[in-house]
Design a protein around this ligand. Structure first.
Ligand SMILES: Cc1ncc(COP(=O)(O)O)c(C=O)c1O
Length: 460
């Protein structure tokens, strides 16, 4: 199998000129902050942390414990090479001395500075960003943590927000609890559909405030598996600029793109490639799918005012992401360098591409005629429209195509196959015949048997 080209590119006809561009003024973001965020005070001790590293400073500031009383003296992990198919030798990476002391101690809310710098350099490398454009990086306990803090910083009761639909089930409890008005923007195999957003915005009532933000998952969306095409991204960005909303780009599958066409640029990169001001995009990245979910590390990148608001929340909640996780990842990244990191993520993408191909084979074998789907180009999900029997139609809903939740509880679970019912991915909780199938963990035998079971239940 040929290795896909993972380098982000532009389709012909797009303006590729890189210029120093006007950055949105801070006041734009300040006006968007929620009352909660505006009223949050800096944590008194953390606020003074930066002075500790001033040359000659003797600090009696923080109640930091002395790490010499901690039981850990050194830690060694064995790591696989970036591409274990070419070379299967393991390398020992050790954490001790100053690195271990940093890992074990309280640290900055925005993250271990060297790791923040590494991720900042990675952003410049991957998205073409420059350092003087008013953005910065902060590290959180997974992107979930950062998403939670971001929505809390931006969204007020009665605010209007756009959500790509279907959407990541994990984001719904966050936004629903905030009491905002959620407008679901449909997506299909080409990702979010800006045309429906445009028609809503064109006919927007004069007395109603425009939406504050759009939340979208541009690569291998969870649960739809779809990747938003470049032309749709350009239109989404155009609308964001015209109607003054932010784009929250939740991108944990950015590195798991394996499509046949070159990877489209992120919104964060696109902003720089298309004329107009910068600063509409807040990105969320994660180590969960490429290094380890259990380390709980993600990072947010975007306008400083917004990232400061995230950190202010952090400084009064979890204080910081795990220092041990950060140092472990930093040690790995020092060992890899950016090239090694990208070789590793390319290997991950290739792994999922092969899984996708195998899964597709068994979908064709068992579900043809009883379901419809489009193969994903990134991540680990298939969004499958089941042709459900009449008995699986939700009560009181006329002309519906069936209820996958009913199918799950009455047929699939008793039949020994577990799928995610589509209703979990809609803010309005609509009953729908789609299900999300995750193929990441299945070996070939389980794919064959799992899909055989599903097919025969649908044919019953
Ligand atoms: C779209 C999306 N966003 C965020 C997350 C949470 O990721 P993390 O483990 O970085 O918190 C997930 C996890 O599955 C996800 O699919």
């Amino acid at each position: 199998m040929t290795k896909p080209d993972f380098k982000p590119t532009l389709e012909p006809g797009t303006n590729e000129r890189q210029t120093t561009r006007a950055v949105l003024p801070d006041a734009v973001y300040r006006n968007m902050l929620s009352r909660l965020s505006k009223s949050r005070k800096p944590a008194p001790i953390r606020h003074l942390f930066p002075y500790e590293s001033e040359p000659g400073m003797i600090s009696m500031l923080a109640g930091k414990p002395n790490t010499s009383v901690f039981p850990f003296v050194s830690l060694t992990v064995k790591v696989r090479p970036s591409n274990p198919r070419i070379d299967d030798s393991l390398t020992d990476l050790s954490l001790d001395g100053q690195d271990l002391a940093v890992a074990l101690q309280y640290g900055a809310t925005s993250g271990t500075p060297e790791l923040v710098k590494w991720l900042t350099d990675l952003t410049c490398h991957l998205h073409g960003s420059q350092l003087d454009e008013g953005w910065r990086v902060t590290i959180g306990s997974g992107s979930q943590d950062l998403l939670y803090k971001t929505f809390a910083a931006l969204v007020e009761v009665d605010d209007i927000i756009f959500l790509e639909s279907p959407t990541y089930p994990g984001v719904l409890p966050i936004v629903q609890a905030l009491g905002c008005n959620i407008i679901e923007i449909p997506s299909d195999a080409d990702g979010i559909d800006p045309a429906s957003m445009a028609s809503l915005l064109t006919d927007w009532p004069k007395d109603k405030p425009y939406p504050k933000l759009l939340y979208t998952i541009p690569f291998g969306s969870n649960p739809s598996g779809s990747t938003t095409t470049l032309s749709r991204r350009l239109e989404v960005l155009r609308l964001a600029r015209e109607y003054n909303f932010l784009i929250l780009e939740d991108d944990p599958y950015y590195h798991l793109y394996y499509g046949d066409i070159p990877q489209p640029p992120s919104y964060f990169a696109l902003e720089r490639k298309v004329n107009g001001e910068l600063g509409r995009v807040l990105r969320f990245d994660s180590f969960s799918k490429i290094v380890a979910g259990g380390l709980r590390l993600g990072w947010a990148t975007g306008p400083e005012v917004l990232v400061n608001a995230i950190d202010l929340h952090g400084s009064s909640s979890n204080l910081q992401a795990s220092g041990m996780s950060q140092m472990l990842v930093l040690r790995l990244l020092r060992h890899w360098g950016i090239e090694g990191f990208l070789a590793h993520t390319a290997m991950c993408a290739q792994f999922y591409r092969e899984k996708r191909d195998l899964f597709e084979q068994y979908l064709q074998k068992h579900l043809k005629g009883v379901a419809e789907w489009s193969p994903p180009n990134a991540s680990m999900f298939y969004w499958i429209k089941l042709r459900l029997p009449a008995s699986m139609k939700a009560e009181n809903i006329k002309n519906d195509e069936g209820d996958s939740l009913l199918f799950l509880t009455e047929k699939a679970i008793p039949g020994g196959v577990l799928v995610l019912p589509g209703e979990c991915a809609y803010a309005d909780g609509r009953r729908i015949c789609n299900v999300r199938l995750s193929f990441s963990l299945l070996d070939e035998g389980s794919m064959d048997e799992g899909l055989r079971r599903l097919g025969s239940l649908l044919r019953e």
